[in-house]
Design a protein around this ligand. Structure first.
Ligand code: ATP
Ligand code: MG
Length: 238
């Protein structure tokens, strides 16, 4: 199951600071979109609007046709910093996130273990964050988002803090999860190669105030050097 997301006529202003202006973006149900752009261009702002953590100054955001009014379990979020509770085990962290769904305890446990198994962490369920590597902690954070069975997965530089090898493994895992679940994914990164290897579509945000500078489909097959340099040019001119 997945939901499409639509952002229409968005503007975000903080006092005199115009972060986004006249931004329209549609994410079809089940699509995988990477959002790139220089630091401070409004990527997290845009993702947070879809997550329901913030409201636009102008315009509207809908998921599955319904206006986004706040966070909801159908929209899962994974941040760069895993934000796990250090006093809860991996399983405890995932179960805790399911509390607000009002699921009975056995169902929370079942889903938590299934999600941890799905990210390859069945053996780590009883461990505390301090006993887990960075990549494992990020997998717990991913399991926490997946356990709620979201239809939209919003990821804000989720692999930015990981070493290169772990990062590649997480990318492979995410691609597999996406293919299996068909969830709509919006993935913020500042890494062009990561964007091109993961996503079906790349959107580049930039300028002041921020707006969409490029919106391209990523062709299947080997990386397209022309697309890569086009994105690099936009990032340089941000
Ligand atoms: N609450 C706020 N008040 C004032 N300005 C804000 C607020 N939140 C964000 N901004 C500004 O909005 C702009 C966009 O911030 P945002 O976090 O969306 O950028 P980003 O593209 O995610 O950058 P990065 O790549 O560094 O994460 C920045 O200039 C930031 O200073
Ligand atoms: Mg950001």
């Amino acid at each position: 199951m997945s939901l499409g997301v639509r952002l229409e006529g968005l503007a975000v202003r903080h006092g005199d600071a115009h972060v986004l202006e006249r931004t329209d973006l549609e994410l079809p149900a089940g699509s995988f979109t990477a959002l790139l752009g220089p630091s401070g261009c409004g990527k997290s702002t845009l993702l947070n609007l879809v997550a329901g953590f913030a409201r636009p100054t102008e315009g509207r955001v809908t998921a599955g046709g319904e206006p986004v009014r706040g966070p909801g379990p159908e929209r899962g979020v994974v941040f760069q910093h895993y934000a796990l509770f250090p006093w809860r085990t991996a399983r405890g962290n995932v179960e805790f996130a399911l509390k607000r769904l009002g699921l009975p305890r056995p169902e929370r446990r079942r889903r938590a273990l299934a999600a941890l198994a799905e990210v390859g962490l069945a053996d780590g369920a009883g461990k505390y964050p301090a006993q887990l590597s960075g990549g494992m902690q990020q997998r717990v954070a991913l399991a926490r988002a997946l356990a709620a069975e979201p239809e939209v997965l919003l990821m804000d530089e989720p692999f930015g803090a990981l070493d290169a090898l772990t990062r590649t493994r997480m990318q492979t895992l995410l691609r597999e999860l996406w293919k299996r679940r068909g969830t709509t994914v919006l993935f913020v990164t500042h890494d062009i190669d990561e964007a091109l290897s993961l996503a079906e579509r790349v959107v580049v945000l930039g300028g002041t105030p921020g707006r969409i500078l490029a919106d391209r489909a990523v062709p299947a097959g080997p990386p397209d050097p022309e697309l890569r340099s086009l994105i690099a040019r936009h990032l340089g001119s941000g």
